[in-house]
Design a protein around this ligand. Structure first.
Ligand code: CAA
Length: 264
């Protein structure tokens, strides 16, 4: 896959199927301006239709920030209509990240504030470097979160804890982020990328069709009641039995050998 060049991010494929996206505006602590959001949307649109994709790793350039939020200098003079459109467009993008057919992992290498915390929350899980800081400090700026924070944070962690962070703007360090279930784990800063690659490789070694079905079942089930969601799971379980991966996976188990999955 030939990857295009971008101005505000880098899209690399360090190994087959593993995509690494690095938000690259370190002088603004990787704040999300309209160009960065448009470039991210372009990457996401490509990944959404890439049958060979296996996992997405998302991180920020430099040692200081994952993403320090939406770009405040660009937002400052927005009219109410423009602000609403800005929020709606980014929210659409974050929904598209969440709906990617493959797992997305945020590698949080510093500040993940406002839109940065919301970007991490749009990923399936979060690995925090020692020194990572999470928060929704929008109330300090006189605004509520606008990229899904009021919705995803209370769905990811205990609602009462989420509302505490949303109402006060209090920021939490990596240890507390793990303790409240916001981040899955904390790793030394210099081990963050290696840990991300290890996780992506593990995912890529599993049945690709099955991994996509897990993601799809979770995504589609979230807006349904439990019985309806389990019915979706049964449909997808049935679909798996039309795949070569299911035949290979079960045959390999019974033949006591490692499966060789093709992803179909
Ligand atoms: N937007 C634009 N520029 C930003 C930025 C942001 N969100 N965050 C940092 N920067 C810029 C700073 O303006 C500064 O630029 P200059 O060197 O040109 O002055 C540069 O990045 C370095 O930042 P600091 O000098 O402030 O660095 P620091 O170490 O003193 O502080 C920080 C780091 C605590 C993260 C601080 O930069 C900060 O509080 N940033 C803003 C965090 C924030 O409020 N995020 C939420 C934004 S609103 C939002 O995201 C809404 C939404 O939901 C969509």
């Amino acid at each position: 896959m030939n990857l295009p060049e971008y101005h505000c991010l880098r899209h690399e494929q360090p190994e087959p199927g593993i995509h690494l996206v690095t938000i690259d505006r370190p002088r603004a602590l990787n704040a999300l301006d309209t160009t960065t959001l448009a470039e991210l949307a372009s990457v996401v649109a490509r990944l959404a239709v890439d049958p060979d994709a296996r996992a997405l790793l998302l991180t920020g350039e430099g040692a200081k920030a994952f993403v320090a939020g939406a770009d405040i200098s660009q937002m400052q003079s927005l009219s109410p209509e423009q602000a609403r459109a800005f929020s709606a467009k980014a929210s659409r993008l974050f929904l598209d990240i969440e709906a990617l057919p493959v797992p997305a992992i945020a590698l949080v290498n510093g500040y993940a504030l406002g839109g940065g915390c919301e970007l991490a929350l749009a990923c399936d899980w979060i690995v925090a470097a020692e020194g990572a800081v999470f928060g929704q400090p929008e109330v300090n700026l006189g605004i509520p979160p606008g990229f899904g924070g009021t919705q995803r944070l209370p769905r990811r962690i205990a609602p009462g804890k989420a509302l505490e962070l949303l109402f006060t703007g209090r920021q939490v360090k990596a240890d507390e982020a793990v303790a409240i279930g916001l981040a899955n784990e904390k790793v030394p800063a210099d081990a963050l990328l290696a840990r991300g690659m290890e996780l992506a490789r593990t995912i890529a070694s599993k049945g690709p069709f099955a991994v996509r079905l897990v993601k799809q079942a979770w995504q589609r089930g979230q807006s349904l009641d439990l019985a309806q969601a389990c019915a979706v799971e049964s449909d997808l379980f049935g679909l798996a039995f039309s795949s070569a991966d299911q035949k290979e996976g079960m045959r390999a188990f019974l033949e006591k050998r490692a499966a060789v999955f093709r992803g179909d």
